[in-house]
Design a protein around this ligand. Sequence first.
Ligand SMILES: [Zn+2]
Length: 216
Amino acid sequence: MSILFLVLLTASCQSAYLNSQKSPVLLDIHQESDENAFVNLKNFSNDFVFDMKYATADNFLKEKVYPCGECFLRVKTIKALLEANKAFMKKGYRIKLYDCYRPLAIQKKMWKLVPDANYVANPKKGSIHNRGGAVDITLVDSLGMELPMGTAFDFFGEEAGHHYQNLSQEVLDNRKFLKEIMLQHNFKSFDSEWWHYNLNNSAADKVSNQKWRCAD
Ligand SMILES: [Zn+2]
């Protein structure tokens, strides 16, 4: 293989990667022309708390399945999320993120570890996380403390569902607060998981399998 060919091959592959390198200045999401492009949330705001669980072993798989802890999403999803976070901040809270875009290859890996549709979406269909339209989130207060939501993230049981009412009033109020603001900002909730929100109409988007380029 010639050096030139290798250079060309590398150059063409690079465009298919999502880059974890942070931009030196904050960018304006409204300058992005392609609503469906994938971008990195941290380049557009310093106001989120990141706790990307699948980039650590602190998740139900007990395995690190992401190469680095990034929150990539489609431009339109980020626009909605930025506005939702502004609304939470007006009331003294911020969004903490557990999961965003999940490449299909990683969905397959998760399925291999836990081939149970109650816990992991079957990669044959793919989930909204694979489409760049879903976020797993909670809220933190001004000190960065998570609001009580009744269960941990990825707790698989009825207690995690929106219909489950046998919880303290504080927990019910927190879940309601999270849901109300998210629904006002073009997201919809997911009945069995209090932490999961899908951008409206994102099920129509294509499943995506982009690799991440992680900064050292
Ligand atoms: Zn989710």
